[in-house]
Ligand binder design. Structure first.
Ligand SMILES: [Ca+2]
Ligand SMILES: [Ca+2]
Length: 223
């Protein structure tokens, strides 16, 4: 069977699935301490390899998750939400720790196979359908990298009326400028989609606004 079809067949609910696991990990370990435990294999690297992803970047990515023990697939971003790639901010705990580590210094178009031990994935308990203490493998393809949406400087730039609160309109304005700067203006549905993702992950109290506190979830970090 064609691999694209395989992806479509598997149902995926990544964000709830993975991001619900994050908070507990970030308290006891920093990425630096555990870097060596994530195994990264570069499957494909474009000739023109920039910009390289770094902590705080907004990345757009497709990924598939497999169990190391038998190769069975437990997640694919391709069949989720009609095949839209996933958006998240790298290095701040929006995905499992192993992906935050394994996707650093990656450029648009690059593909990697990232093997993550259980303690940097779903832990002792696992998370259905991932069993307890499972090593997982992600096949990742990075589509785009946008700079620094997590910096407080970026927050200040986005917060047009300076009330320390971001509305969807303010975030949209920022995204438009970013993409236009990069010479790749996009249509409205494209921005709406990113904004939806951003608010789902950051607007913790669901009031349709992102406060400075909601935005700066890792206050101690120099992003
Ligand atoms: Ca505002
Ligand atoms: Ca809010």
């Amino acid at each position: 069977m064609h691999s694209g079809m395989m992806w479509k067949l598997v149902s995926c609910t990544l964000f709830l699935f993975i991001s619900s696991q994050l908070r507990s990990w970030s308290v006891w370990a920093t990425a630096d301490e555990l870097d060596s435990e994530v195994k990264i294999e570069v499957v494909f690297k474009p000739e023109q390899c920039s910009p390289k992803s770094k902590r705080g970047d907004l990345v757009n990515v497709h990924y598939d998750g497999f169990l190391a023990k038998d190769g069975s697939q437990f997640y694919c971003s391709r069949s989720d939400k009609a095949g839209h790639p996933q958006w998240f901010v790298l290095g701040v705990g929006q995905v499992i720790k192993g992906l935050d580590i394994g996707m650093m210094d990656m450029c648009p178009g690059e593909k990697r196979k990232i093997t993550v031990p259980p303690e940097l994935a779903f832990g002792e308990k696992g998370k259905h359908p991932v069993p307890p203490n499972a090593t997982v493998i992600f096949e990742v393809e990075l589509y785009s990298v946008s700079r620094g949406p997590r910096t407080m400087e970026a927050f200040g730039n986005m917060d047009l009326d300076k009330d320390r609160i971001l509305t969807k309109a303010e975030v949209k304005e920022y995204l438009k400028l970013e993409f236009e700067k990069g010479g790749k203006p996009r249509d409205d549905p494209f921005y709406e989609k990113i904004i939806e993702d951003i608010f789902r992950k950051n607007d913790k109290d669901r009031d349709g606004l992102i406060s400075a506190n909601e935005y700066n979830i890792y206050k101690h970090d120099e992003l």
